[in-house]
Design a protein around this ligand. Structure first.
Ligand code: FES
Ligand code: FES
Length: 151
């Protein structure tokens, strides 16, 4: 079985897994980084979103063999103490209900703001369209995104 050294949250993690194992499985089942959530497993819900060299990607759709030396960031590494501007905005707006989708939502916004500090409402809608929330917190998610942009 191949062995992979992964740069996650600025630490090196080792994973001995099959090459086609999705990164989501590695994060949750091997490395115990359970802040990244399993929702659909087929790239349709956004619950598993992480940052790959600063851009948001679905970790259920990324095979571990494709990671290489890329810098992976999960919700555990977004900030040490919840002080990332998106996390602060989320807290201020009281976004979560059950919370299950929220790390994926936050990572998608963080990825968007890494590439575009002042997205338009249309760009926000496009970026967030694939992140589903069964609790329907969309109004507060938008409120928090606008708050984070205003900072
Ligand atoms: S679990 Fe990856 S998109 Fe749903
Ligand atoms: S807060 Fe429950 S699924 Fe989004």
């Amino acid at each position: 079985m191949p062995s992979y050294n992964l740069n996650i949250n600025n630490k090196t993690y080792k994973a001995d897994v099959d090459a086609d194992t999705p990164l989501l499985w590695v994060l949750r089942d091997i490395l115990d980084l359970t802040g990244t959530k399993f929702g659909c497993g087929v790239g349709s819900c956004g619950a598993c979103t992480i940052l790959f060299n600063g851009k948001s990607v679905r970790s259920c759709q990324l095979q571990v063999q494709a990671v290489g030396e890329a810098k992976i960031t999960t919700i555990e590494g977004l900030s040490e103490d919840g002080s990332h501007p998106v996390q602060k905005a989320w807290e201020k707006a009281g976004v979560p209900q059950c919370g299950y989708c929220q790390s994926g939502q936050i990572m998608t916004v963080a990825g968007l703001l890494n590439t575009n500090k002042h997205p338009t409402e249309e760009q926000i809608s496009t970026a967030m369209a694939g992140n589903l929330c069964r609790c329907g917190t969309y109004h507060r998610i938008k409120e928090a995104i606008l708050e984070a942009i205003a900072k």
